[in-house]
Design a protein around this ligand. Structure first.
Ligand SMILES: [Zn+2]
Length: 319
């Protein structure tokens, strides 16, 4: 029996073994973005090897941002092979993670899609972890419509309370990488009700957004878990914003952790203004211990004369 093999097949088979060889190098053995899983996927745009979960996030960003290929199933061109050989995970991270702020941590193996998306977007699209780039004041779940304005503006607070200011001013945390999370809080930010009007010179409306973080002690900014701050979308010209936005954070303990919630008024040209805050003790929501239980919470914002926020919270144990 004769087997006819075309030149094309030979070339592709050669490249297939070549890419497997590059993938098996020690630097490329774990995912470039989460350091977990098997690197059976790759971004040919950045030249890095990825796990299946992070490759899904890269794919969702579009091929104009990151072109994803399977190491074993797809065919590879010579240029792509050269790019993977030239870069690889170590070199990519030396560049794109050369200056990761202390409040960001790499996604863990069980990290939800939202957190991977947030990290990968910050890493590659905004390049906030590149040494010369300006880091954002806090991690965000969803990019604000006007990125430059939002990142270059540091919120100014009218209240004298210090706890919430600390959300943005956390010093480098020496415990980065040592935090052991017990579970993930899935928080649906539903809506705001009768919030304070901030644009009093024009339309008596506000452009509210919410910052949310979890930690064991809201009086001590150092105790906010690194990477556990999320930022909602800005809702324009409203006192009754409808978000219905999912915001996740990992927590260490249902008994001692607190959710820190702040509302701010977005302003493209000047400092953002404070619209209220709340510290929600998770131990008060003991129903969270029940599997798949969702808790609806309506909080009256503190340090401000009016405004409520509605949340739906559920807890997913990692143990
Ligand atoms: Zn990964």
């Amino acid at each position: 029996m004769t087997i006819h093999v075309s030149n094309k097949d030979i070339v592709q088979e050669d490249f297939g073994s070549k890419i497997l060889g590059i993938k098996s190098k020690p630097d490329n053995e774990v995912c470039c973005d989460c350091s977990c899983g098997e690197t059976t996927w790759a971004s040919t745009t950045f030249g890095c090897f990825l796990c299946i979960n992070c490759s899904g996030v890269h794919r969702s960003l579009g091929t104009h941002v990151s072109k994803v290929k399977s190491v074993t199933l797809d065919s590879w061109s010579l240029e792509e092979i050269r790019s993977m050989e030239l870069w690889g995970n170590k070199r990519v991270n030396n560049m794109f993670e050369s200056n990761v702020p202390s409040y960001y941590t790499k996604p863990i193996e069980e990290a939800p899609y939202e957190y991977r998306l947030e990290y990968i977007t910050a890493k590659y699209i905004y390049q906030h972890f590149v040494k010369s780039a300006m880091p954002p004041p806090v991690p965000i779940n969803t990019p604000l419509p006007n990125l430059t304005g939002s990142y270059k503006t540091t919120p100014k607070k009218s209240s004298t309370k210090k706890a919430s200011q600390s959300l943005r001013k956390a010093e480098p945390n020496k415990n980065v990488g040592q935090v052991e999370f017990s579970g993930i809080l899935n928080i649906i930010l539903k809506r705001g009700i009768d919030m304070k009007p901030m644009n009093t010179t024009t339309n008596w409306l506000s452009d509210p957004y919410v910052i949310l973080g979890a930690g064991p002690d809201f009086n001590d900014c150092m105790n906010i878990h690194p990477g556990q701050l999320s930022k909602s979308e800005v809702k324009r010209k409203t006192l009754n914003p409808e978000w219905n936005q999912r915001m996740c954070c990992c927590i260490c303990s249902l008994d001692t952790d607190v959710i820190h919630i702040e509302v701010w008024d977005y302003d493209k040209l000047s400092a953002h203004e404070f619209m209220g805050e709340y510290h929600l003790q998770l131990c008060d929501l003991d129903i969270l211990n029940q599997k798949d239980q969702k808790v609806n919470v309506c909080i009256s914002l503190q340090s401000v004369e009016r405004g409520c926020i509605e949340l739906e919270i559920s807890y997913h144990s990692l143990k």
